[in-house]
Design a protein around this ligand. Structure first.
Ligand code: BES
Ligand code: MN
Ligand code: ZN
Length: 494
């Protein structure tokens, strides 16, 4: 991870000599505090706006060097659009406009409609932090610009300094969770194998998370034969990590999150074609999201009982690997005929779902997985697929998606799809043919959750390789951390 810029809050005051960033809306109006600070430069801005045909639309820029009468060496006017902007996005836009060569910047969080409220200022700062992220661990010749990002000091001008600082404390925790998830997704599989992933998850102990790492002997004892079958062709041992946070009502059922952590997916004996196989280092993004979420909840001291469980394996072709046609007995007792060893994620998840449901009796289970290429065909990078057996949980996820911009789209489940995975030789088979590939994968999982309220998020299209956005310039997106943090915050804290 690159060094993050330092973010501080201060009352609106005379800016220092670095960059000064202010906002102008669609009607070309400035905020009151901004007007006062700009003084005679207000005229200059108005004339420049008309000369440039600046419309004030979200993200439009007017850039002035060495403005007279101001200490600042540079004044940047940013369009804030016509309506109330998305503050996270606005923060990301601003970060994208500040040159990495700048040492310090004053940003006046002052819109024509008034100074940003503490929560809005914190969202804005979250956008700054998310956009500043870059994964540069393996660049031995770091560009000078990249070096300097970490030295950038950002001073955010706000009306209520203590309240803004407090709100940022919570968002900073969230930012740290997203950044951790991105780091894990971006790491290559020769570094981030199951054992190393488990070691990094165990780092959450520092934040008060109880962490158990289950090795292969422990998994064998528990009967997670299906998960172990996926990893049996790998030189690396499989691991399951259980993370628990207990800040909710004492004794109350926890909320549970389960993540697919296939550290590399070659497809196994049903091997994948070479093109883009390198992307399969990101096949652990579901697990990365669960770890990032637990980090965020722990760091912001969320008043919730939460469990995060991740299944860490590597899917490799080998003399010891499982074969198409093999029949495996899952932890639940159901037998599974392996048709395609590349449909491995559902095998890992199904043992985990069964385990979590029985051990924790949670309020709900949400699993996240880069499960099917078919979800990319259906929804592209814009939505994750949402499958659920519970209307209220589905509705809450849809709402959290709209609120955070991490959007989900409801997909169907039903007995007619379920028939597609009945097996000739066993209770169920692990693929259902070409049609409705994302749905049959979800149907497979549903056979292991019984009546527990459950939602499955297929994040194969949103977790990595998404087009660069205002708040993410990196390959791994950390998708889902903000969504689920919001879900917990809105409905499950005491
Ligand atoms: N990890 C892949 C799914 C995937 C593909 C994620 C592309 C991200 C980008 C998963 O394990 C897989 O291989 N699924 C197969 C299932 C098929 C064999 C039924 C797929 O989608 O082709
Ligand atoms: Mn696969
Ligand atoms: Zn996979």
């Amino acid at each position: 991870m690159a060094d993050a810029p330092r973010i501080a809050f201060a009352a609106f005051a005379t800016p220092t000599k670095g960059v000064l960033v202010v906002f102008m809306n669609g009607e070309l109006r400035l905020g009151a505090a901004t007007s006062k600070l700009l003084g005679r430069n207000h005229d200059l801005v108005a004339r420049a706006a008309s000369a440039e045909k600046f419309t004030g639309k979200l993200g439009a820029v007017l850039d002035f060097l060495a403005p007279a009468g101001l200490q600042a060496e540079r004044l940047i006017v940013i369009g804030s659009g016509t309506q109330t902007p998305d503050f996270v996005k606005l923060g990301g836009i601003v970060m994208g406009k500040i040159s990495p060569r700048a040492a310090e910047a004053d940003i006046l969080l002052d819109l024509p409609t008034g100074a940003m409220k503490p929560d809005q200022a914190a969202d804005f700062a979250l956008g700054l932090g998310l956009r500043a992220y870059a994964f540069e661990r393996y660049k031995t010749k770091r560009k000078e610009d990249e070096e300097r990002r970490g030295k950038l000091r950002l001073k955010l001008g706000v009306a209520d300094v203590p309240a803004s600082r407090k709100a940022w404390g919570r968002r900073e925790a969230l930012c740290g969770g997203v950044v951790l998830a991105r780091d894990l997704v971006n790491e290559p599989a020769n570094v981030l194998h199951p054992e190393e992933f488990a070691r990094r998850a165990a780092g959450l102990k520092k934040l008060g998370v109880a962490v158990e790492v289950l090795n292969e002997a422990a998994l064998k004892k528990l009967g997670m034969r299906m998960l172990l079958a996926v990893g049996q062709g790998s030189a690396r041992e499989s691991r399951v990590v259980v993370m628990r946070l207990n800040r909710g009502k004492s004794g109350a059922a926890p909320v549970a999150f389960v993540g697919k952590g296939v550290c590399f997916d070659t497809g196994g004996i049903s091997i994948k074609p070479a093109a883009s196989m390198e992307d399969m280092k990101g096949d652990m993004a579901g697990a990365a999201c669960v770890v990032g979420l637990m980090r965020a909840l722990a760091a912001r001291k969320a008043a919730v009982n939460a469990v995060g469980v991740i299944g860490l394996v590597e899917n490799m072709p080998d003399g010891k690997a499982q074969r198409p046609g093999d029949i495996v007995t899952s932890m639940s007792g159901q037998t599974i005929e392996i048709i395609n060893t590349d449909a491995e994620g559902r095998l890992v998840l199904a043992d985990l779902l069964w385990y979590v449901k029985n051990r924790f009796k949670p309020k709900f289970i949400i699993d996240l997985a880069t499960l099917t290429g078919a979800i990319l065909v259906a929804l592209g990078h814009e939505h994750a697929g949402l499958f659920a057996n519970d209307e209220r949980l589905a509705e809450r996820l849809l709402q959290a998606g709209t609120a955070t911009g991490e959007r989900v789209w409801r997909m169907p489940l039903g007995p007619d799809y379920d028939k597609l995975i009945d097996s000739k030789f066993a209770d169920v088979k692990n693929t259902g043919g070409r049609n409705a590939g994302s749905v049959t994968a979800a149907q497979f999982l549903q056979r292991f959750v019984d009546k527990t309220p459950w939602a499955h998020l297929d994040i194969a299209g949103t977790a990595f390789g998404t087009p660069p956005s205002d708040i993410n310039a990196s390959w791994g997106s950390g998708w889902g951390v903000r969504l689920l943090d919001r879900l917990v915050g809105d409905h499950y804290e005491k």
